[in-house]
Design a protein around this ligand. Structure first.
Ligand code: MLT
Length: 242
């Protein structure tokens, strides 16, 4: 099992691979929290408009749907919730179905749709998501969500943490994975602070979401992780624990 890291989402489908998609601040961390709160289906969309339409269409079949996500870090107009994991935890009663649209995280997940397996992962579910990836028997591609198509240090730091775990589970490292691991090893003792110092971390901090940074830096707080599946012919994240 070879482990590689993509600094930004792939432009062609990574056929045959198991993709571990990471948007540590904050989309895949939010997905983990939602699944732990009992959400059974999370539909990621590429745009805000698509998310609004999908919520309406799912609600016609009498489903209550949580519409959440962000633009520039804040809840888009008419959304039920932004992209804050700690705000979700303050109000933990959520419907069973959610639609999520974020700037980088949900497009990154969708860019891997069609790969052998796609896991929505974060430090919050490091061990279980890595074990699942190893059990798939495929080569693993860790996909960083990045920032609007460019390298984002926060995701690379988290990717390095995943590389370390996957190597401990028997994975073979490649050059791209070594780069992420080296970055992570410099910061592992003060991981939350390192996330906060990144460009995206600074922006998140300035918007008043320091609690989110602390939360997203927690390791192995949850067993549940999301797997990208297909429901009603659409990409949908469903919970898994093994
Ligand atoms: C994204 O998808 O770009 C992020 O999750 C943004 C955020 O929540 O700050």
């Amino acid at each position: 099992m070879k482990i590689s890291v993509a600094q930004i989402p792939p432009t062609t489908i990574p056929y045959g691979k198991t993709c571990i998609v990471i948007d540590v601040l904050r989309a895949t961390s939010v997905i983990t929290v939602l699944l732990d709160l009992g959400v059974k289906e999370i539909y990621p969309t590429a745009t805000i408009e698509e998310a609004r339409i999908l919520k309406k269409s799912l609600e016609t079949s009498n489903k209550k749907v949580l519409l959440l996500g962000e633009r520039d870090g804040l809840p888009p107009e008419g959304f039920d919730h932004g992209n804050s994991p700690t705000a979700l935890l303050e109000n933990p009663s959520v419907p069973l179905v959610a639609v999520q649209a974020t700037t980088n995280g949900t497009p990154a997940l969708l860019s891997c749709y069609g790969a052998s397996s796609v896991i929505a992962a974060a430090p919050l579910n490091l061990s279980t998501s890595c074990k699942h990836a190893v059990n798939s028997g495929n080569d693993v591609l860790i996909v960083c969500a990045g920032l609007r198509g460019k390298f984002a240090e926060d995701d690379m730091l988290a990717a390095g943490m995943f590389v370390e775990k996957l190597v401990s589970l028997g994975g073979t490292i490649t050059d791209s994975a070594t780069e992420a691991l080296t970055l992570y090893k410099k910061s592992e003792k003060f991981f939350a602070e390192s996330l906060r110092r990144t460009e995206h971390g600074q922006k998140t901090f300035e918007l008043g979401f320091n609690n989110d940074i602390e939360k997203c830096a927690e390791i192995d707080k949850y067993k549940v992780f999301g797997v990208l599946s297909k429901i009603f012919d659409r990409p949908c994240i469903i919970p898994n624990t093994n």
